[in-house]
Design a protein around this ligand. Structure first.
Ligand code: FES
Ligand SMILES: [Fe+2]
Length: 339
């Protein structure tokens, strides 16, 4: 394993849980970006992610904090905090403490997942998270897919990787043959790295068909550096969501979700065994990537072949926009190679 030279506090959206993990009334402890956080869900169903420590005397709300309607109550002296992190009640005073606020994080919830916006400079979100099932503008909805949570998800906590490694998969045509066992390397049809949300499309086949007869592919939407979703076409109808969320200076939690298209007319709440089999195949392919990333050392500058140059240069330039302004990739590379 090798510590990444890339900044582990990038700006953007990051998955911190699956929705089903945060039930109404539940308080969930988590640690991301070197920060103790909690997630809780109000009676009305709203998920809140905030720093874990009470602004009063510093109790950890994840150890005994209770949700009551739309507030969370601290276990130490009963102060109540709302979903904006504002104090709304000090039980033994006439008025709440209006001056103190617990830091909360903007939340997006869809694709069976909870995402938070993280930014060192505390700017408001300036892009969104594309939804895995409805974000491809093809008229598909949640109803067209079997549910994923509890059936077709993979959670790999505390892996020594940086989110950028995973994004680089999207331009890395050469790994498909070796890591994913495709007979041919994919053909990229779109590389659009103009904005924080970027797009990669390619044609690929997992079966042995002649190159000029490939009629299947993948479209990917990268919502910043932390979250990517894909849609497959011309093969088993599946969608995926890949999320890498930095925990501390060296490790990230990896979450992977895959949805399989419903058999027409089947509205069962459970995936069929055939769908589960396909999902297991998709997860296995992803696990093959994780196995490489886990042990990879970030290479900068990398020894790229002529065909790889444009794609990797584009994605690495795109990635720097999510890093602090004082991040100097050249210095990081130098420090890294002289370690
Ligand atoms: S520490 Fe939370 S109410 Fe006192
Ligand atoms: Fe891959």
């Amino acid at each position: 394993m090798a510590k990444t030279p890339l900044p582990m506090k990038p700006t953007g959206w990051f998955q911190v849980a699956w929705s089903a993990e945060i039930a109404v009334g539940a308080v969930h402890r988590m640690h991301y970006f070197d920060t103790e956080m909690i997630a809780w869900r109000s009676a009305a169903g709203q998920a809140t992610v905030m720093d874990a420590y009470c602004e009063h005397l510093g109790a950890h709300l994840g150890f005994g904090g209770t949700v009551d309607g739309e507030i969370i109550r601290c276990p130490f002296h009963g102060w109540e905090w709302n979903s904006e992190g504002r104090n709304v009640c000090v039980p033994y005073e006439k008025r709440p403490n209006k001056g103190r606020r617990i830091r909360t994080y903007p939340v997006e919830e869809h694709s069976e997942s909870i995402f938070i916006w993280y930014d060192e400079q505390r700017r408001d979100p300036y892009f969104g998270v594309a939804a895995a099932l409805t974000g491809f503008d093809d008229g598909k909805s949640e109803a067209d897919y079997y549910p994923a949570y509890g059936h077709s998800t993979l959670y790999e906590p505390g892996v020594e990787i940086h989110p950028q490694y995973v994004m680089e998969n999207g331009v890395d045509f050469a790994h498909f043959k070796y890591v994913h066992d495709t007979p041919l390397v994919p053909e990229f049809t779109r590389h659009d790295f103009d904005a924080p949300v970027s797009y990669v499309d390619f044609t690929v086949a997992f079966d042995d068909v002649p190159a000029d007869e490939i009629n299947s592919g993948v479209q990917a939407i990268n919502s910043g550096i932390g979250v990517a979703c894909t849609k497959s076409w011309g093969m088993i109808d599946n969608r995926t969501l890949t999320a890498v969320t930095p925990v501390d200076a060296t490790t990230s939690d990896v979450r992977f979700t895959t949805w399989i298209g419903r058999k027409p007319g089947d509205d069962s709440p459970e995936p069929t065994s055939r769908a589960l089999r396909h999902a297991a195949g998709v997860i296995e392919q992803f696990s093959n990537d994780v196995h490489i990333w886990k042990h990879q050392r970030y290479s900068d500058p990398p020894a790229l072949s002529p065909k790889e140059f444009a794609g990797f240069t584009a994605i690495r330039r795109w990635a720097t926009q999510f890093y602090p302004d004082d991040f100097d990739p050249v210095a990081a590379a130098r420090a890294h190679t002289t370690r």
